[in-house]
Design a protein around this ligand. Structure first.
Ligand code: DAT
Length: 174
């Protein structure tokens, strides 16, 4: 097996619509990183354990998904970005970036996506309460960095993440 001591894993998480996948693909280009969309991975491998009866969406089998992710990255070296609001449930990471957005702005984006009123309400509530942030802190204490993207352009969010990666991963203080 190839050694992976140079492997660095960064999770990009946050409520759907905050900008994770757009920012992740910009980051991928700037950092020449290997990018994994955790939602695509779940779909590709059919990692679901049923369907939410009233809401009609599939329930992801999180233990199976995390196992799949761990195995997918086990032999990879260099910078690995994992994009998706489920990424922070997985164990192996060096840094968790939680993107945040003012719920009023998020509402506009989710409406544009054609989400149902119930799905919009659930996501806005999750963002207002900071669910992804709290879960990330619980699961990865000391590895979490929050970015409020509300007043930032995509370029600015990307640059902010690169600064954090440099500070936290490559040149940590002390
Ligand atoms: P996510 O992957 O978190 O669901 P996304 O990357 O698909 O979100 O972004 C949703 C939309 O919002 C998409 O059209 C790009 C836009 N967007 C994201 N971040 C932005 C920002 N900082 N400024 C302007 N538009 C942004």
């Amino acid at each position: 097996m190839k050694g992976n001591s140079q492997q660095k894993v960064v999770f990009i998480t946050g409520t759907p619509g905050v900008g994770k996948s757009t920012v992740s693909s910009l980051l991928q280009k700037k950092l020449s990183a290997y990018l994994i969309s955790i939602n695509e991975l779940a779909r590709e491998k059919g990692l679901f354990q049923g369907e939410e009866p009233d809401k009609g969406y599939k329930i992801v089998d999180l233990p199976a998904l995390c196992k799949e992710l761990t195995s997918k990255i086990s032999n990879k070296e260099g910078m690995i970005l994992v994009d998706g609001h489920l990424s922070h449930y997985c164990p192996r990471t060096d840094l968790v970036i939680v993107l945040r957005l003012d719920p009023d702005f998020l509402e506009q984006r989710l409406k544009k996506r054609g989400y149902s009123p119930l799905k919009i309400h659930e996501n806005l509530e999750a963002e207002a309460l900071g669910v992804c942030l709290i879960e990330s802190y619980e699961l990865h204490p000391d590895k979490v960095q929050e970015i409020d993207s509300t007043k930032l352009s995509l370029e600015e969010v990307t640059d902010e993440i690169i600064k954090i990666i440099n500070k936290e991963i490559y040149y940590p203080p002390g």
